[in-house]
Structures are given as structure tokens and as C-alpha cells.
Design a protein around this ligand. Structure first.
Ligand code: NAD
Length: 496
């Protein structure tokens, strides 16, 4: 079997890992399809990459931001030209259906154009000094070398959310993609290089989290870490990075609720629930994993939802007729299976699905049936813990207040949605739902790049991607220019 062997990108050169070892990237729809061999990197590789990024920072920080933006703009145009190929590569490496991988590449295109526009708007603030003949301003400075650690479920969009604003701000980057989906990061970074990015400004170190990721987090020359992944790993990242006082942005898990009120447009709520729960095979941080049904519509909604979920076509995402692709790997199948078991043991009722698909064309991949559980109570684990698979829990409630209480009763706070025609309820929900994102009459998935993206509680540590990313990737400098030709003492001279 022949497949390409990829290296790390360090200082503009493609270098094999110091260990000489590689990790195979397999198509989750067909494990016989090997996408390539990617480096199994360790601390030595990270050291080289950080040194290259540190060296490149000396000149990259001096490139005017509007010029840096032009490279992003060119990258956006190149991504448009390469969209179909990159979408196909992505479906092969992570499984989601082509319509969605096209969307993933499109998100990187949107991000390129959005962030490029910020090149001429990296605004600071001027303010009057309290002293005469003194000028005061605040300007944004780059941080230096930043480390980016990304998950497998949005393998081009999420790297673009981090890389583009980091670069626009004048930082240099070392990115460590997830081992299940490095190719999409390679495609993205190669596009930046083709768009004119100088050597060393972006470096890729590919490898397992504990080996390559931890070395990046602990490296003294890395000034900030932007991490997206599970809350368990995020907590570790935050603690380790604190030892060297790094800025840390953590975007983590979710357990997102769609609330359906008695007055909802039921057809619309059903379309939204199906897309929110089973799009990307339920493997989105914003996936709908709890559907909260008001008792007046619960029976009809459940009947119609289950009927449609059971008919979804599961298969290889490269087949345009397929609606639900594979799960990313055997570990995720094990998680979905385990949580169905836990839910049943706790008293939930399985209405459809519940099992891995292993026969016929499914035998060579990692597929799981779209799964619906009813009779779920807010205290059950299936209502509180992230599954990250095509498994959705139905809960019922009497009043709006009860729905809000159930929605908020978990540790996560990423995305929420409510279907209602009552504008008063909609606004109360916007106010009361504890989440970084709230949709009205739309599913829990579907973020746009120019709004703030992130969550509260165990989902995030207060930073935002999209609108907000430049806040993370810059640091403020206060500047005072005294043109009085004499010593002026703040808080002392001119004070009453
Ligand atoms: P993960 O936490 O297992 O891995 C994320 C990244 O961290 C990978 O690159 C991995 O190699 C790396 N990593 C693992 N262990 C590490 C360690 N000890 N030190 C440093 N790095 C380490 O998550 P995943 O399975 O790739 O992705 C799924 C998770 O990501 C879900 O919980 C999902 O909700 C979350 N997610 C969140 C968002 C968001 O923006 N909030 C977006 C997408 C995915």
C-alpha cells in the first residue's frame, strides 16, 4: 500500500520527526484507506519549531498589519480555488459528509476575509492625559510565539479561527493538530505559505497530545496557548500553562439544549433538532444533545422525530446521498455505546438506534446508529455529560421556568436554542440561558465567524474566538508622550 509521508513544518522546511516515528491517518469510513503517515513528534521537535517561530517573530512583528492582512486575503482566495479538493480530503480523514466539509473550508475562507479586514482596524485608544502637554494612548502589541492546539471535528475551521487572528496581530505560531485530522491543517498552512507567508511564521508539529502538546504548553518561549478540545484536557492545559504564566484560551465541551415550547412551529423545530443532533454525526461542540419538550407537544414531536432519525442514511460521507457519516474512531464508538448503556441502566427508554453498525459496507469503518433516548431526567448522566456522538436525550417539562432551570442545570454552557413564537419568552430565554450562544427558532449549531464564539462554565475560561480573538492574541501597551519639557508627576502635580 502506498500513501504519502508528511513531515513537520519547521522554519519553512519540511522535517521528519526526531523520533523517526509516524502515526497513520486512516479514513474512518474505511480503515483500508490510509490518508498518510504523519510525524509522531516529541519535545525535541517542539523545541525546534518554537526556536524557528521565535526567530521569525523578530521580523514578522515589524510587517505592518495591513500587509500581513494581504497575505490572509490571498490565502482566502486560494482556499476558494481549492475548496472542493480540501473538502474531499477532509471527508476522507474525518468522515463528515461533503456538504459539511465544504462548509468547514468555507468557514476558513470567511475567517480569512473577516480577519484580513481587521488589518486596517487594529485600533488602539487615545485618551486625554491628566497632565498638560502630555499625550496618552494605548496600542495593541503582538504576544510573541503562540501555541495552538486543535481538535479533529473542525479540522480546518478551528485552526483558521486561531491562526488568522494570531498572525494578523503579528504573532508567530506553532500549531499542533489532532492526530486524527492533520491533513486539513497541512492544507490550510500550505495555502498560507503559497499566499506568501514567510518561513517560520507558522510551524506545524504533529503528534500525540501528551508528547507534543504538553511540550508546547510548557515551553518557556511560548507566550500564549489557544486550545480547543475536551474539558478534561483543557483543565490540564490551563494548569500546566500557569507554571510559566502563559495567557490561555480554552474552548471546550458542551451539552447543548434545544427547548421546544407548545407554541413552536413544530416542523421547523423538527428540522432544527435533526440537523443539530445528527449533523457532523453529533460530533460538534455545539451539537444538540438534549431536546427539552414542553408536555403539550412532546408526544407528537417525539413520534415524528424518531421516525425521521431512524430513516437517516448513514455511510461514507463522500457519497452525496449520505446524511450521517462515521464517528471519528473506535474510542468514540465505545463512548457512544457506553453512554447508551448508562442511560438505559438509569431508566431511559431507547426509541431508535443505540448500536454500532458493523455489517456489510460498515464493517471497515466506525459507524453508529442515530440514537434517540426518551424518559431522560435532568439528573441522569446522559442529560449532563458530553457524549460527542449521534446520541440525543429527550426530556419533558411543564413550564418555561422549568425548561430554563433544566437547561442551566449542567456544568457546560456553550450553545442553547429555543423554539417559540412568543417574543417575550424568546427575550427572557436570551437573558436567562447560561450559555455563550443562544439561538431563537434555529438549531444549536451554525455559528458565524464574525460573532463571538465560546462558552461559560466548564466550556470556556472567558475568552472568545471570532469577535474577541484579537483581544486574546494582542496585549495592550500604554504610551505617554510628554511634550512639556519638564518633569510632570502623575497624581502629584496638578492634583488638589
Ligand atoms: P481532546 O481534548 O482529546 O484533544 C484536543 C487536542 O488536545 C488534540 O490536539 C490533542 O492531541 C490535544 N491533547 C490531548 N491531550 C493533551 C495533553 N495532555 N496536553 C496537550 N494537548 C493534548 O479533544 P478532541 O477529542 O480532539 O475533540 C473533541 C472535544 O473538543 C469535545 O469535547 C468538543 O466539545 C471539544 N470542542 C470544543 C469546541 C469549542 O470551540 N468549544 C470546538 C470543537 C470541539
Amino acid at each position: 500500500m502506498t500513501y504519502p509521508a508528511h513531515h513537520n513544518l519547521i522554519g519553512g522546511q519540511w522535517l521528519p520527526p526526531c523520533s523517526g516515528k509516524t502515526i497513520l491517518n486512516l479514513n474512518p469510513a474505511n480503515h483500508a484507506d490510509v490518508i498518510g503517515a504523519f510525524p509522531s513528534s516529541h519535545a525535541e521537535d517542539v523545541d525546534l519549531a518554537v526556536a524557528a517561530a521565535h526567530h521569525a517573530f523578530a521580523s514578522w512583528r515589524l510587517v505592518p498589519a495591513p500587509r500581513r492582512a494581504e497575505i490572509l486575503l490571498r490565502a482566502g482566495v486560494l482556499l476558494q480555488q481549492r475548496k472542493e479538493q480540501f473538502a474531499r480530503d477532509m471527508t476522507r480523514e474525518m468522515g463528515k459528509v461533503l456538504a459539511e466539509t465544504r462548509g468547514d473550508v468555507q468557514e476558513a475562507i470567511d475567517e480569512a476575509f473577516y480577519v484580513a479586514g481587521e488589518g486596517r482596524r487594529l485600533f488602539g485608544v487615545t485618551t486625554p492625559s491628566e497632565l498638560p502637554n502630555k499625550f496618552a494612548m494605548s496600542i495593541r502589541m503582538p504576544l510573541g510565539v503562540v501555541g495552538l492546539i486543535t481538535p479533529w471535528n473542525f479540522p480546518m475551521a478551528i485552526p483558521s479561527w486561531k491562526l488568522f487572528p494570531a498572525l494578523l496581530a503579528g504573532n508567530t505560531c506553532v500549531i499542533k493538530p489532532a492526530i486524527d485530522t492533520p491533513l486539513s491543517t497541512y492544507n490550510l498552512v500550505q495555502t498560507l505559505v503559497d499566499a506568501g507567508l514567510p518561513p517560520g511564521v507558522v510551524n506545524i508539529v504533529c503528534g500525540a497530545g501528551p508528547a507534543a502538546g504538553e511540550a508546547l504548553i510548557e515551553h518557556p518561549l511560548v507566550r500564549a496557548i489557544s486550545f480547543t478540545g475536551s474539558s478534561a484536557v483543557g483543565s490540564l492545559v490551563g494548569q500546566r500553562a500557569a507554571a510559566t504564566f502563559k495567557a490561555v484560551s480554552l474552548e471546550m465541551g458542551g451539552k447543548n439544549a434545544q427547548i421546544v415550547m407548545n407554541d413552536a412551529n413544530l416542523d421547523l423545530a423538527l428540522d432544527g433538532a435533526l440537523w443539530g443532533a445528527f449533523g457532523t454525526t453529533g460530533q460538534r461542540c455545539t451539537a444538540t444533545s438534549r431536546i427539552l419538550l414542553q408536555k403539550g407537544i412532546a408526544a407528537e414531536f417525539t413520534f415524528r422525530f424518531v421516525k425521521r432519525a431512524a430513516k437517516l442514511k448513514v455511510g461514507d460521507g463522500l457519497d452525496e446521498s449520505v446524511e450521517v457519516g462515521p464517528q471519528i474512531n473506535a474510542a468514540q464508538i465505545e463512548t457512544s455505546t457506553r453512554y447508551v448503556g448508562i442511560a438505559l441502566a438509569e431508566g431511559a427508554e431507547l426509541l431508535t438506534g443505540g448500536h454500532a453498525l458493523t455489517n456489510g459496507s460498515y464493517a471497515h469503518g466506525t459507524f453508529f446508529e442515530p440514537t434517540v433516548l426518551r424518559g431522560v431526567k435532568p439528573e441522569m448522566r446522559i442529560a449532563r455529560e458530553e457524549v460527542f456522538g449521534p446520541v440525543v436525550a429527550l426530556l419533558e417539562f411543564d413550564s418555561f421556568e422549568e425548561a430554563i432551570e433544566i437547561a442551566n442545570s449542567i456544568d457546560y454552557g456553550l450553545s442553547t436554542s429555543i423554539y417559540t413564537k412568543d417574543v417575550n419568552r424568546a427575550f427572557a430565554a436570551i437573558r436567562d440561558l447560561e450559555a455563550g450562544i443562544t439561538y431563537i427558532n434555529a438549531p444549536t449549531i451554525g455559528a458565524e465567524v464574525h460573532l463571538p464564539f465560546g462558552g461559560v462554565k466548564r466550556t470556556g475560561n472567558g475568552h472568545r474566538e471570532g469577535l474577541g480573538a484579537l483581544e486574546f492574541f494582542t496585549t495592550w501597551k500604554a504610551v505617554y508622550v510628554d511634550y512639556s519639557d519638564k518633569l510632570q508627576r502623575a497624581q502629584i502635580d496638578n492634583a488638589e
